[in-house]
Design a protein around this ligand. Structure first.
Ligand SMILES: [Fe+2]
Ligand SMILES: [Fe+2]
Length: 270
């Protein structure tokens, strides 16, 4: 019997090692799309994802206040930055598979699964690209401490698919669009072509993930006859802790289908 999509998602979530998790994630994504292309879509099924995904013993997870700050201009600072990005990407792999597995009982069109499987596949590639950069610099994912609490958004929205879409792709991943150009500049100045290439790939593909968030958030609002903007504001205020931080990347946010009146009222100055 072919595995269902939600079973495959749970397998990824239950794999601890980063490279093993991303390898399995890419394999499952390829299987999903091979079946789609053959007109033989896999069953979505219903699976029970763990509340928290399996994680490797390293990195040590610390409260963000306890993660040592390093100067971004120094070589150690750049490694710490890449390490933080690798940690975000690994969490993102799990966040997308969790979205698929967690809400398997909410009826969605096949395109919903196509989008999130593709996003999970891309996050897996991102983790590997950034891990390769770390290894090229004699480091590796797990060598430094990382932020605990990255999974909080998932736990907070465990019963709320619209809340999940509002907070994860439309707030957290949209924030990535704001900060990535600055990071690319840091590595460009350091003439680290490998890191620049990896971050540019991430930057261009993340626009798509934010767009999927906006698309499916609007879909769910439309299906329930809800006005998306006030619903978005309510959900972000409920589940996201703190104000959104300008400056915003208005251009890329617009490209991803998030208009300014969605985020400005939630910002420190809004
Ligand atoms: Fe990513
Ligand atoms: Fe992403």
């Amino acid at each position: 019997m072919e595995k269902t999509l939600t079973e495959m998602a749970v397998e990824v979530l239950e794999t601890a090692n980063g490279r093993a998790k991303t390898a399995l994630s890419r394999e499952h994504a390829a299987r999903w799309f091979a079946h789609r292309d053959a007109g033989n879509m896999l069953t979505i099924g219903k699976a029970s994802p763990p509340l928290r995904p399996a994680r490797p013993d390293r990195p040590e997870l610390l409260d963000p206040r306890d993660v040592p700050k390093r100067k971004p201009g120094s070589p150690e600072g750049r490694i710490a930055l890449l390490h933080a990005v690798a940690h975000i990407e690994l969490n993102a792999v799990d966040l997308h598979w969790d979205l698929i597995a967690r809400f398997g009982d909410v009826e969605m069109p096949p395109g919903f699964y196509d989008d999130w499987v593709k996003a999970a596949d891309e996050e897996s590639k991102h983790f590997n690209l950034v891990s390769d950069c770390l290894e090229a610099h004699g480091s590796h994912y797990g060598a430094l401490p990382a932020h605990a609490g990255m999974w909080r958004a998932a736990e907070d929205t465990v019963n709320d698919p619209m809340g999940r879409l509002a907070v994860v792709p439309m707030v957290l991943e949209a924030r990535g669009l704001d900060v990535t150009p600055g990071m690319i500049e840091i590595f460009r100045k350091a003439k680290d072509d490998g890191a620049v290439a990896a971050l540019e790939t991430i930057y261009s593909e993340e626009v798509g993930h934010v767009a999927y968030g906006s698309k499916w958030f609007h879909f769910l609002c439309g299906r329930d006859g809800l006005d998306p903007k006030p619903v978005f504001h309510d959900l972000v205020r409920r589940y996201f802790h703190g104000a959104l931080k300008p400056p915003f990347n208005d251009e890329k946010r617009a490209e991803a289908g998030i208009p300014p009146d969605f985020y400005w009222p939630l910002s420190e100055t809004g």
